[in-house]
Design a protein around this ligand. Structure first.
Ligand SMILES: Nc1nc2c(c(=O)[nH]1)N[C@H]1C(S)=C(S)[C@@H](COP(=O)(O)O)O[C@H]1N2
Ligand SMILES: [Mo]
Length: 345
């Protein structure tokens, strides 16, 4: 049973309704039939640090917000109630409420571990994120290798972004990170550089999903250089003021909020400036289903499901309209002037 679960293929990716109804079905199976599987998706264990949920936040006294570091230890008070910081806005610029820390960190896509979204957090527990190096090279004047301390030179800011998965679910996340363009500017791309290629860590000993067939590991992604230089493209090292947990792509991941979630590659070890459009894991696995550009576009359906609506994971089963460019059209639509957006799904 477990083997069957782990030997997934690309077309196991499903619209979220199907995923959810499978979960419900499996939950109803007897222990004998579905024991191993239910073990992996049963009631989730809450991290012990959440035990104090509801306790007073660290800044309830009106003091300054806790200092946020890239990888340093977090104060126990911050650990307790990430939502409680009164300095953190409760919604994005559209008024959409932020998704809770608990929900964001317990419903994940990270196929290196498993396709079971509710099991990623458990399987990623203890994943080694330090020491870590990100090698930045290719068509640049100044290739550089950054360790986690080295990334601190780019500063840290909080950005509340919507993330819309191609499967039809979405979240609103207070990320901590810095614009990708700062790092790219530091390495000085040459005039031949037209695209950016990103590569995730390859570590099958710690990531059981990399032992399965169906994908070409490591996970890779790419952006056109002008997309990568857009201010919205963020390299992320934290969420809710906390160090990014492994299930969300620690220690450093990309977030491209106007594109489907699979473009927001996790646990990055290499960034290369290149001349040609790079191959990507999803585009290689299923080119008809996952385009290179993958801009959120409710007008173009996935071949196997509609993209017109989505579900906020804490909003029950209610669906809301999906927005062109995930609502960031004002900042990014000009990047695609003259392109046939229907063709560049
Ligand atoms: N390396 C890697 N990055 C990845 C994925 C993955 O499986 N492996 N899944 C992607 C998908 S499909 C989504 S929707 C987002 C989910 O990010 P989250 O778990 O932090 O919400 O991560 C993206 N980045
Ligand atoms: Mo996704």
């Amino acid at each position: 049973m477990r083997d069957a679960l782990e030997r997934f293929r690309w077309n196991d990716i499903t619209p979220e309704e199907v995923y959810l109804s499978r979960r419900r079905m499996l939950g109803g199976l007897g222990a004998a039939a579905g024991g191993a599987l239910i073990g992996a998706c049963g009631p989730r264990s809450r991290p012990s640090s959440d035990a104090a949920d509801g306790a007073q936040g660290p800044t309830a006294d009106g003091g300054p917000p806790p200092v946020r570091t890239l990888a340093g230890p977090l104060s126990p008070a911050v650990e307790a109630t990430p939502e409680a910081d009164p300095n953190r806005p409760a919604s994005d610029e559209r008024g959409d409420g932020v998704t809770s820390y608990d929900a964001i960190t317990n419903y994940n896509n990270f196929y290196e571990f498993t396709t079971n979204k509710e099991a990623v957090a458990r399987l990623a527990t203890g994943f080694t994120t330090s020491p870590w190096e990100v090698k930045v090279g290719g068509l640049v004047n100044k290739p550089m290798t950054f360790d986690l301390d080295g990334l601190q030179r780019f500063g840290l800011e909080e950005r509340i972004y919507r993330l819309r998965c191609v499967e039809g679910w979405s979240i609103v996340v207070p990320w901590d990170g810095f614009p990708l363009r700062k790092l790219l500017s530091a390495v000085e791309p040459t005039s031949d550089a037209k695209f950016v290629r990103f590569e995730s860590v390859l570590r099958p000993a710690e990531m059981q999903g990399q032992g399965g067939v169906g994908f070409t590991w490591p996970y890779t992604e790419g952006l056109r250089l002008d997309e990568a230089m857009n201010d919205l493209a963020l390299l992320v090292t934290g969420v809710y003021g906390r160090t990014l947990p492994p299930q969300n792509g620690a220690p450093v991941r990309l977030v491209v909020p106007w594109k489907y979630g699979f473009k927001s590659i996790k646990s990055i070890v290499r960034i290369d400036l290149v001349a040609e459009k790079p191959t990507t894991l999803w585009n290689t696995a299923a080119p008809d289903e996952y385009g290179f550009f993958a801009n959120v576009n409710p007008a173009v359906d996935h071949p196997r499901w509609s993209q017109q609506t989505e579900r906020r994971i804490e909003g029950g089963l209610a669906r809301r309209r999906t927005l062109a460019f995930n609502g960031y059209d004002g900042q990014v639509a000009s990047l695609y002037a003259g392109m046939d957006l229907k063709a560049y799904y």
